[in-house]
Design a protein around this ligand. Structure first.
Ligand code: FAD
Length: 213
């Protein structure tokens, strides 16, 4: 294993593989993905895979809008089917206060370019008849939302055919420790990597990368 890398990514969950994909798209060619367990073995493994674009901030909304575009072409790009189903979603309000919040989110999201509309209770029930109308004040309909299989989506983003240039991220199967976020030396049980601009999506399940389980 070479002991240098342009970027070291800690964690082979959906976030780590997505970062590897996007860095590669930006022309980064020497990436190491370090995973202490198995690819997708963290919280990615447990996710339902619901993809909802109606968010409270511009950055989150745009990021998930980009994900939706990406999921639509993953099968074609990678040969792995992420089981992306663009069935749309409903955000329901059962109080006037909640409806007020949805109204605010919707007008904000429309300004961000999201395809979303407000529905009356009757319109929501027409779209999804199993909803009871008891306490239903209104809803938002997001037609381009959907669900995906988180494991296959992650596997697809790790798939070597995706990397275009013929160079794929190197995988290291080991816990990785760094001495703080900007450390220039990352250690695993099988050696050291330097200089690593460490990108770490891992702490969602791992605490800090400096303290692997
Ligand atoms: C029950 C449940 C349902 C969910 N449903 C949804 C949903 O419907 N929609 C949605 O968008 N989100 C959902 N989520 C949230 C979603 O699962 C997470 O946001 C997402 O999986 C986080 O991905 P990640 O790559 O950041 O983390 P993880 O998938 O946890 O990946 C982190 C990886 O890093 C590795 N790692 C950690 N430390 C080290 C180290 N020191 N060295 C080497 N490797 C290390 C771990 O082994 C792990 O594999 C759900 C979560 C749960 C638990």
């Amino acid at each position: 294993m070479r002991d240098e890398a342009q970027a070291v990514i800690i964690g082979g969950g959906v976030a780590g593989c997505s970062i590897a994909y996007h860095l590669t798209q930006m022309g980064w060619r020497d990436i190491v993905l370090v995973e202490r367990g198995t690819l997708t073995g963290g919280s990615t493994h447990r996710a339902a895979g619901l993809i909802g674009q109606l968010r409270g901030t511009y950055n989150l909304t745009r990021m998930i809008m980009n994900s939706v575009e990406l999921y639509g072409r993953l099968l074609q790009e990678t040969g792995i089917d992420p089981d992306w189903r663009q069935v749309g979603s409903l955000r329901l309000a059962s109080s006037t206060l909640r409806m007020e919040e949805i109204r605010r989110l919707v007008s904000q999201a429309k300004a961000f370019g999201l395809d979303v509309e407000l529905l009356t209770p009757r319109e929501a029930i027409e779209l999804c008849p199993i909803i009871g109308d008891h306490d239903l004040v209104g809803a938002a309909w997001i037609p381009r939302d959907g669900r995906t299989n988180p494991i296959d989506t992650t596997r697809a983003s790790r798939n070597t055919t995706w990397w275009g240039s013929g160079s794929s991220p190197r995988m290291m199967n080991a816990p990785l420790t760094v001495a703080g976020n900007r450390s220039n030396l990352a250690r695993t049980e099988t050696g050291s990597l330097t200089p690593p601009p460490v990108t770490s999506p891992a702490p969602t399940t791992a605490g800090t990368p400096a303290a692997p389980a």
